[in-house]
Design a protein around this ligand. Structure first.
Ligand code: MEV
Length: 422
């Protein structure tokens, strides 16, 4: 009898868990050895990172080249399953380089944590009481993280909002915390929990949630670039890119895909460096909807000389200390390849990569479409799967693309012909 009700699964060894999953899902011995054959992330380490571990999952790790950001050269580690993304980023970075590269700036690493207060008859007097005790609230919060204080971080401000909800008004306190080089969710959650009893005491209300906000709109990165019109393919292509952006800026259906293209770059670097990718996605999309209507995170314009100018602004809650960044050995190496010295520098690099990725997608869409590039990479994979080696690969790819037929059976036929076998 199959049941997913398994008591104490978390206490078992990895092997015991795999045995149970094997029976449940009728896995073969080969499938079990796929689970148990882990790579650079040691299974014991993985078992300490999350619960109920039965294996690890690997992704290709590529390097995007040509990036010049704030006049510094970077090799960009990107972990992603999608073909074309790394090539497209490198290509766009080369175009940006012609105009002096990409530039980026970041705000301080300010995270927000929210404390929800309910059961208040006079929300405005509660709001005033909280603000009057701001210094004490900041002191209680800061006492929770002496290490952060020593590094120059800590609570910078306390803000209070009244939010009218379907079950009545709520008084929402925001702690604005400089988390320095950490992603910071843990630090600010601890602080929110620490100040909650004090807020209850001074207001007489009841605190419910105490949690970080992923709409990290105080922790922004801004990236921009100017691409010479010749580098992008002429003024016609510049116009095409501006039209592509304008479409997205006006239409949420298109904006979602436009921003997805930005996140292809951002999340690939985030995965490579062990960041919380869900927090980044939540921050990006909520920021894109901050006006009440979902729109683009980037803007593309044509300057007086007909060159292309791109600008991107988005939250970027990333860390270079704590979390998986320091635990996952691959993430550690990826950070070393990047050579970033701080979370802010990492955020700036990621913003620049997002902007370049966006440029690559819009340029492809505004010209030949993205399928041509995709198909070429796809055809390579098919040719290799058919057994092509060395320069046979390019010959098989060229023939399949010429015919417009990209299939393994056709690749095998072409290969046999090349080898004089048919
Ligand atoms: C594909 O992963 C990303 C694109 O769809 C982005 C875009 O449409 O701008 C090409």
């Amino acid at each position: 009898m199959h049941t997913s009700r398994i008591s104490g699964f978390y206490k078992m060894s990895v092997e015991e868990r795999v045995k149970i999953v094997k029976e449940f899902a009728n896995l073969s011995d080969d499938e079990v050895s796929i689970l148990l054959k882990t790579g650079r992330l040691d299974i014991g380490l993985a078992d300490r990172m999350i619960e109920n571990v039965i294996g690890t999952l690997e992704l290709p790790l590529g390097i995007a080249t040509n990036f010049l950001i704030n006049n510094k050269d970077y090799l960009i580690p990107m972990a992603i399953e999608e073909p074309s993304v790394v090539a497209a980023a490198s290509n766009a970075a080369r175009m940006c380089r012609d105009g002096g590269g990409l530039f980026a700036a970041s705000t301080d690493s300010l995270m927000i944590s929210q404390i929800q207060l309910v059961g208040i008859t006079s929300p405005h007097s509660a709001l005033m009481k909280i603000l009057q005790h701001k210094d004490e609230i900041m002191k209680i919060a800061n006492e929770k993280d002496p290490v952060l204080i020593k590094l120059g971080g800590g609570v910078r401000d306390v803000e209070v909002r009244i939010v009218n909800t379907s079950v009545g008004p709520m008084v929402i306190t925001h702690l604005i915390v400089d988390v320095k080089d950490a992603m910071g969710a843990n630090a600010v959650n601890t602080m929110a929990e620490a100040v909650a009893p004090y807020i209850e005491k001074i207001t007489g209300g009841k605190v419910l949630l105490r949690i970080v906000s992923n709409l990290a709109d105080r922790r922004l990165v801004r990236a921009w670039t100017k691409v010479p019109k010749e580098s992008v393919g002429g003024e016609g292509v510049v116009d095409g890119i501006v039209y592509a952006w304008a479409f997205a800026a006006a239409d949420p259906y298109r904006a979602a895909t436009h921003n997805k293209g930005i996140m292809n770059g951002v999340i690939a670097v985030a995965l490579a460096t062990g960041q919380d990718t869900r927090a980044l996605e939540a921050g990006a999309h909520s920021y894109a909807a901050r006006s009440g209507r979902y729109t683009t995170l980037s803007t593309w314009e044509k300057d007086d000389e007909g060159n292309l100018v791109g600008y991107l602004e988005m939250p970027m809650a990333v860390g270079v200390v704590g979390g998986a960044t320091r635990v996952n050995p691959v993430a550690r190496v990826a950070l070393k390849i990047l050579g970033v010295k701080s979370a802010r520098e990492l955020a700036e690099v990621m913003g620049a990569v997002g902007l370049a990725q966006n440029l690559a997608a819009l340029r492809a869409l505004a010209t030949e479409g993205i399928q041509k590039g995709h198909m070429k990479l796809h055809a390579r994979q098919i040719a290799i799967a058919a057994g092509a080696v060395g320069d046979e690969v390019d010959k098989v790819v060229a023939e399949m693309i010429k015919e417009g037929v990209i299939r393994i059976d056709r690749a095998k036929e072409i290969l046999n012909k090349l080898r004089g076998l048919s």
